[in-house]
Design a protein around this ligand. Structure first.
Ligand code: 5GP
Length: 194
């Protein structure tokens, strides 16, 4: 996705600890046309897989996930990071550690919305160490559902997340792959090799 890659290069701000801030189009303000294209690209990859549900985690995964779900014409389900008092039914739950927030969240989805007949595409905004995606995969497994693939908006390829997902047998589609975030500069995979 060239448009996304350009946007990451132009608007991404590198902050300490190898973290990229993209709050002008993904993490705070959201560019709906760009997100629609993200959804379309993930749909194109998995459109023949009989997808019944798109699963993400609140909050920043929701924008790309809902656009993909719109294309698949299936529901978008997001794991909640806290258990609301309105969620009185049975849930699948797991712990997900976020190193960007230095915090572990206990995340839940209602058993009502995920079951063994589901064929799920997992979507998230970033892939770093793989904790979020693997946590979501854990919820899919608890439900006895099938994960047909993982769609990622921005992969930080210098971190082990991608390999961990591949090792778990998952298919991974990353729309923008970052090779390095050194000296305040974003270097994409493949950049400067031609
Ligand atoms: P992982 O679970 O793969 O270690 O990290 C992915 C999660 O952490 C994503 O849900 C995302 O919210 C957050 N994250 C990881 N790295 C970055 C980053 O460089 N920038 C932003 N904005 N979020 C990140």
């Amino acid at each position: 996705m060239e448009k996304l890659q350009q946007r990451v290069k132009e608007d991404g701000v590198v902050i300490d600890g190898g973290i990229l801030k993209v709050d002008s189009f993904l993490n705070h303000q959201i560019d709906p046309e760009l997100m629609y294209e993200v959804g379309e690209t993930i749909y194109d990859k998995y459109k023949n897989e009989g997808v019944t549900k798109v699963l993400t985690i609140e909050a920043s995964g929701i924008a790309p996930a809902i656009m993909a779900a719109l294309k698949f014409k299936v529901p978008c389900l997001f794991a909640k990071k806290s258990v609301p008092s309105t969620l009185t039914e049975e849930v699948y739950h797991t712990d997900i550690h976020s190193y960007t927030k230095n915090k572990t969240s206990h995340v839940v989805v209602s058993k009502r919305f995920l079951n063994e007949d589901d064929r799920v595409v997992i979507i998230d905004d970033f892939l770093a160490n793989g904790e979020a995606a693997l946590g979501l995969y854990n919820l899919v497994q608890q439900a006895g559902a099938t994960c047909v693939g993982v769609g990622i908006v921005v992969e930080k390829s210098f971190q082990p997340g991608k390999q961990r997902l591949l090792d778990a047998g998952l298919d991974v589609t990353s729309l923008c792959e970052i090779a390095a975030l050194d000296n305040g500069k974003v270097t994409l995979v493949g950049e400067g090799e031609h």
